[in-house]
Write a protein that binds this ligand. Structure first.
Ligand code: DAH
Length: 358
């Protein structure tokens, strides 16, 4: 029996087959188990010798079973590992990479130009108060830009808007808030916090309550510039805009200034850039507004500073400011025909900007 059992054990090719052999011989009602059970029926003088004999057989079978089981288990593990083997030299699966949004690419271009010219880059709050967005910028209450149609007013502003309250402190008085309609209020904030001379550009989102179409959206972006010092002139403004145009469109780019009206500058102008695009077409691209900072703006800034216990340092200074929209530049540069494509999150549009970070 031992001989047969060992043959069967050696022949068992799987753990299941081995289990069957184990049951057949040493299971509860296996052949060896039954022999042991039958010992009681033998005359006492034979029992001991027969018992020892069967036990030796059982031990030999059990040892063969254990050995075979170890072998089969190792084989099974080896097979499993071989099946799961990873070839670390295979090329990896590509992960979908993000990329800079076209508006941010244009911002990068612009900001690089201004950083090279020594400007500081800031952002500023999108939720503004009426005073910074309009009054301090010499936009009186009757100016058409303050029409309700043009402005998102906020009816309720959380008490935390002005920063966390100290325990027991009275909440700051509530003032009319709105989503900033331009980045110009940051001119005021920056001047209240800093003394001249200064050169700063503001980048960020602005909001207008108006119908959208291919060239208008209720949220868009601006880049605002402000330079203040002694004897800053219109020539400095023109030189700066020309430098920006060359930075964007190469050494041959030209700029054009046309008189225009913005309450916070005097004189004020609109500026356009003439550029040769890769298709050989040349055209004037109306980019934004600019001008010499209005004395009323400096006065409003000094008033705000005085209220904060800071010295009046702006009256008598001169400076220039400008504001432009990166959307216009991006639409032309990337041939995007509709401004709404920038914000629709349509992968067919923004997917074209994947994987390139600049
Ligand atoms: N704030 C103006 C607008 O949103 C743009 C602008 C015009 C900004 C002239 C300026 C400026 O700083 O001098 O339409």
């Amino acid at each position: 029996m031992q001989h047969e059992a060992i043959q069967e054990i050696t022949a068992a090719g799987t753990l299941e087959a081995l289990q069957a052999v184990k049951t057949k011989y040493v299971g509860k009602s296996g052949l060896v188990t039954r022999e042991l059970g039958a010992l009681g029926k033998l005359p006492p003088e034979e029992r001991k010798a027969r018992g020892a004999e069967i036990n030796a057989v059982r031990q030999a079978i059990q040892a063969a079973l254990d050995e075979r089981e170890a072998v089969l288990k190792r084989e099974a593990l080896d097979a499993k590992l071989a099946g799961e083997a990873i070839d670390v030299t295979l090329p990896g699966l590509p992960l979908p990479a993000g990329g800079l949004h076209p508006i941010n690419r244009v911002y990068e271009d612009l900001v690089n130009i201004y950083e090279r010219l020594g400007y500081t880059v800031v952002e500023g709050p999108e939720v503004e108060d009426e005073h910074h967005n309009f009054e301090a910028l010499n936009v009186p209450w009757y100016h058409p830009a303050r029409d309700l149609q043009d402005t998102f007013w906020l009816e309720e502003v959380p008490a935390s808007f002005n920063g966390p309250l100290e325990p027991g402190a009275a909440p700051a008085p509530s003032v009319p808030r709105l989503l900033r309609t331009h980045t110009s209020p940051m001119q005021v904030r920056y001047m209240v916090d800093h003394e001249p001379d200064l050169k700063v550009v503001v980048r960020g989102k602005v909001y207008r309550y108006e119908a959208t179409d291919a060239t208008h959206e209720s949220m868009f972006h601006q880049l605002e510039g402000l330079v203040v010092g002694d004897g800053i002139s219109m020539a400095d403004l023109k030189g700066t805009i020309a430098e920006m145009a060359r930075g964007l469109y190469g050494a041959g780019a030209k700029v054009r200034f046309q008189p225009s009206y913005y309450p916070f500058v005097e004189p004020g102008a609109d500026f356009a850039v003439y550029w040769d695009n890769p298709r050989g077409e040349s055209k004037w691209l109306e980019l934004g507004g600019c001008g010499m900072v209005h004395p009323n703006v400096f006065k409003a800034v000094d008033d705000l500073r005085e209220a904060q216990g800071k010295p009046r340092v702006y009256e008598g200074k001169t400076g220039f400011a400008f504001g432009l929209g990166p959307e216009r530049i991006a639409m032309l540069k990337y041939k995007i025909p509709d401004i709404r494509y920038f914000y629709a999150n349509d992968p067919r549009v923004i997917g074209q900007f994947r994987g390139e970070l600049g």
